[in-house]
Design a protein around this ligand. Structure first.
Ligand SMILES: C[S@@+](CC[C@H](N)C(=O)[O-])C[C@H]1O[C@@H](n2cnc3c(N)ncnc32)[C@H](O)[C@@H]1O
Length: 170
């Protein structure tokens, strides 16, 4: 079991921490299954780099934390299925294989396990390759509410609460 030093927030897919304003927030444990560094991967974009350097390298389907440990969990899993392994998109965001419904289902359940009762899970999804509706089907639950954003409105931010289901029949 990893020691979370009583931190309140867990990001299970931190990647390069792009979504974070403070990329070293003191209340947060940053996790990812990869530890990788890439330099100059965007041609003509100067010295751009991607640094994936989690506090703890682990798999979101098998998290090394006690149950009921965090108040907030951030889950931003890979969403690409078709991109080339060598593309910058895959270097930055990773890629799903054909087992993705089971993997997201297991990851979601594991995030719920480490959340405290009434804890909040923020789920980020991009509909680049897979509609969000298929993801909710895979995990067996829809968010309480959410919001589409981004230039093409394909990025969805959804909110779940441990112990509070969504009884929307649609
Ligand atoms: C969409 S990216 C996250 C981007 C990140 N939120 C940011 O702000 O830059 C998804 C991340 O999930 C990681 N990942 C994929 N499968 C994983 C797994 N089974 N366990 C933990 N991390 C995983 C990938 O390595 C990738 O860094």
């Amino acid at each position: 079991m990893a020691n979370n030093d009583q931190k309140k927030i867990l990001d299970v897919t931190c990647g390069a921490r792009t979504i974070w304003f403070n990329k070293h927030h003191p209340a947060t444990v940053y996790c990812d299954k990869r530890k990788e560094e890439y330099h100059e991967i965007w041609k003509n974009a100067g010295n751009c780099s991607i640094n994936i350097d989690p506090d703890i390298q682990c798999d979101f389907t098998n998290l090394p934390f006690e149950n009921n440990a965090f108040s907030l969990v951030v889950f931003d899993p890979p969403h690409l299925t078709g991109a080339k392994e060598t593309s910058w998109l895959v270097k930055k965001y990773g890629k799903l294989d054909k087992n993705w419904p089971q993997m997201l289902h297991d990851g979601f359940n594991e995030c719920m396990c480490v959340l405290k009762p009434d804890g909040v899970l923020i789920f980020k999804w991009s509909e680049h390759d897979i509609p969000a509706a298929k993801v909710w089907k895979a995990i067996g639950q829809k968010p309480l509410f959410g919001h589409y954003s981004g230039k093409s409105m394909r990025t969805f931010w959804g909110c779940f609460m441990k112990g509070v289901g969504n009884d929307d029949p649609n």
